[in-house]
Design a protein around this ligand. Structure first.
Ligand SMILES: Cc1cc2nc3c(=O)[nH]c(=O)nc-3n(C[C@H](O)[C@H](O)[C@H](O)COP(=O)(O)O)c2cc1C
Length: 168
């Protein structure tokens, strides 16, 4: 039976519909005004444009790291590998030092970088667009790196990976 999107339940139904969108998983990082490293796990990452290369990620206005992303000049997007589920969980958990033991380094632009997983994009914040209870962070890609490997996937509120093919 098809669920109807009648007004009272539309938000809940939309959540369930959104959960049917399979995505990769990224950790997005920046530094706050005091130089503290901040970051969050994101499934809302998307490429936007190739010329110039633009990406977006949607950040919940209730996130503790909101202020840091609202003020910083740039951010980095780390596309996670299949074996980086722990890193995804760590950056989705509030409080504590998410970067402890991660071997993070600082980019030339002052953005914390985690070791390369599947891909890493260093971005200059091009625009912030308020959108409901989130803010869309649009970044212009300044540096990009990609490695071999398989992605960590997120679908219906759980982590997944591509099926093992012959020879993998
Ligand atoms: C797989 C996954 C994807 C997520 N995607 C997003 C996202 O795209 N945007 C967002 O604001 N929060 C997302 N979250 C939740 C944040 O990672 C989490 O609330 C984080 O702790 C927010 O940062 P804070 O600790 O600074 O509040 C996601 C969580 C998980 C587990």
């Amino acid at each position: 039976m098809l669920a109807e999107t009648t007004a009272p339940d539309v938000a809940a139904l939309a959540r369930d519909a959104f959960a049917r969108w399979a995505s990769g998983v990224a950790v997005v990082t920046t530094a706050d005004a005091e130089g503290r490293y901040r970051g969050f796990t994101a499934s809302s990452f998307s490429s936007v444009s190739l010329a110039p290369p633009l990406v977006l990620v949607c950040l919940d206005r209730g996130a503790e790291c909101l202020e840091a992303f609202a003020r910083s000049d740039g951010f980095a997007v780390h596309v996670l590998r299949r074996d980086q589920r722990d890193l995804a969980a760590r950056f989705a958990r509030r409080g504590g030092d998410k970067f402890a033991g991660t071997r993070a380094s600082l980019s030339a632009d002052g953005v914390p970088l985690l070791p390369l997983g599947l891909a890493r994009l260093e971005c200059r914040t091009e625009r912030r667009v308020p959108a409901g209870d989130h803010v869309i962070l649009i970044g212009e890609v300044r540096r990009a790196e990609a490695a071999d490997g398989e992605p960590l996937l997120y679908y219906r509120r759980g982590y997944h990976h591509l099926p093992d093919g012959p020879g993998s």
